[in-house]
Design a protein around this ligand. Structure first.
Ligand SMILES: [Fe+2]
Length: 231
């Protein structure tokens, strides 16, 4: 299942199995960034098997296991077991939700010292439901965006789930965060500021956790994904 492949300079992505989120099938994707000291920054780790593990080990030492929002945590315990020396990072809300997982660091609004200067870190706040962290890898000019931009092929979800997903605005030509999450942004100004900060970094590429990534025109994808917030 290991399909770890280069996506940008010092950046790789791998697609994992489809997971069920309240019965909705969600494909999964992770990213790996090699930091200047050779340590690997692992973003949103997917299901770990021997093949993926060997592929990751071939890139460097797993130093940092990073979850971008509190909905992403399913596979982290396996990674901690496999890489007990790696530091673990919790997005807002996850440490309380998964008290059984050891987290070394809670992610804040500024880049952790381990990757400051190489990866920018921006908190998408303003929602009463969920805070997500954006990351921007300077060397590959790539933004990592977890759940706040989704756009599935028209026939991806079947039956009533397809209908709900269309209403949610996450089926093509729709793009963005699911409708109920959009509605939970009571402080739109602070959220807009976060997106504008990300846009100001002018990402060329965008890795999305569940939908098609962009290898070019990254800012265009971000603008479309957050049109509901920016306009
Ligand atoms: Fe997700």
């Amino acid at each position: 299942m290991a399909n770890l492949h280069p996506f940008g300079e010092a950046l790789w992505v791998a697609d994992g199995p489809v997971c069920s989120f309240y019965g909705f099938p969600y494909p999964t994707r992770m990213a790996v960034i090699r930091l200047e000291n050779g340590d690997l920054f692992v973003w949103s780790p997917i299901s770990l098997d021997d093949e993926l593990r060997a592929a990751v080990d071939g890139l460097g030492r797993v130093g940092h296991l990073v979850e971008p929002n509190a909905l992403h945590h399913l596979f982290l315990p396996d990674w901690i077991k496999a890489y007990p020396d790696a530091r673990t990072y919790a997005p807002p809300g996850l440490k309380n939700k998964r008290r059984d997982i050891r987290f070394d660091v809670e992610l804040g609004e500024t880049a952790d010292p381990a990757w400051a200067g190489q990866i920018d870190q921006i908190a998408l706040k303003g929602s009463v439901a969920l805070t997500e962290l954006f990351f921007f890898h300077r060397r590959s000019r790539t933004a990592l965006i977890c759940d706040s931009i989704q756009s599935f092929p028209r026939d991806w979800f079947k039956g009533w789930r397809g209908l709900l997903a269309r209403l949610d605005g996450i089926v093509q030509p729709g793009i963005g965060a699911p409708r109920e999450w959009r509605l939970s942004f009571l402080n739109r100004k602070i959220a807009r500021t976060a997106v504008e900060r990300l846009l100001a970094l002018a990402p060329d590429r965008v890795v999305l956790a569940h939908s098609a990534s962009a290898e070019q025109n990254g800012t265009d994808l971000i603008r479309r994904g957050f049109a509901w917030l920016l306009r």
